[in-house]
Design a protein around this ligand. Structure first.
Ligand code: FPP
Length: 251
């Protein structure tokens, strides 16, 4: 866990709940799947914008563990789009020197997107400055369950003393153990829920909600979100006066 302290630093990690593909499509008399297809088009634009804006970590909520409940045709279309996105974008990610990660129970994805995902992660493994994480079959509650199982197994094997358990131990067993906590969570389409996305990691994140649907989301919208973030004072439990003193000392 990191504290990207105070209002004087821009966000280093942005998590985005890419919502509103279906409504965007339906409002124009198109099928929901066309909306998802258009939503996929937004992703490379925002990955590029993050580099231009010096944001090193971008996490996109692409498929939640609850999304399996959607009609089979929509789930299949989303899996095909994921596969296509990875096939089309891996070369660009390599050119951009972006490392691809995935969080969630990716082992339960269908074989084809899983294979392309693995390949894309393998070929970008050597990069360490820019990070794109796809949350796939992701649920924060499942993440806590998986972390707890793995911690319990270590305790049962005598490798971990329960007395030593603290937040750092738990955090080191989350899917996100190698990345900093998100500084800013953005949700598009006017909904103001977290929907099981990075619940523990966003304990001190700022939240930005916009009515813009994901297919219409551009670099300008991202800049608006960042500008909102930059006007927040992040105190991490401290007082505003303490933050001002720390900021003056760091200049
Ligand atoms: C929410 O829109 C979006 C999703 C459930 C999936 C997000 C997926 C994509 C943008 C495409 C896949 C992404 C990648 C990176 C391959 P919604 O369907 O809930 O919209 P609605 O709330 O208007 O119905």
């Amino acid at each position: 866990m990191t504290e990207n302290a105070s209002k004087y630093n821009g966000p280093d990690h942005i998590g985005i709940i890419m919502d509103g593909n279906g409504r965007w499509a339906q409002s124009q008399g198109l099928s929901r799947i066309k909306g998802h297809r258009q939503g996929v088009e937004t992703c490379p634009r925002i990955i590029e914008a993050c580099q231009e804006l010096d944001i090193h970590y971008l996490t996109l909520y692409a498929f939640s563990a609850e999304n399996w409940k959607r009609p089979e045709s929509e789930v299949n279309a989303l899996m095909e789009l994921l596969e296509l996105f990875l096939m089309n974008e891996t070369e660009t990610l390599v050119k951009q020197r972006v490392r691809l990660h995935a969080i969630g129970r990716v082992e339960d994805l269908p074989a084809r997107p899983r294979a392309v995902l693995k390949k894309a992660m393998d070929v970008t493994r050597k990069f360490d400055e820019w990070h794109l994480t796809l949350a796939l079959n992701y649920s924060s509650r499942n993440e806590i369950v998986d972390a707890t199982k793995s911690i319990a197994a270590k305790v049962a094997a005598g490798k971990l003393d329960p007395k030593d358990l603290d937040w750092e131990t738990i955090s080191n067993h989350l899917y996100t153990k190698e990345m900093p906590d998100p500084d800013l969570i953005v949700r598009t389409s006017g909904e103001t829920r977290l929907s099981n996305f990075l619940l523990m990691q966003s304990a001190y994140a700022e939240f930005y909600f916009t009515a813009t649907c994901w297919p219409d989301f551009t670099k300008t919208h991202l800049e608006e979100a960042i500008s909102y973030y930059n006007n927040r004072e992040r105190r991490f439990g401290r007082t505003g006066e303490q933050i001002d003193v720390e900021a003056s000392l760091s200049f």
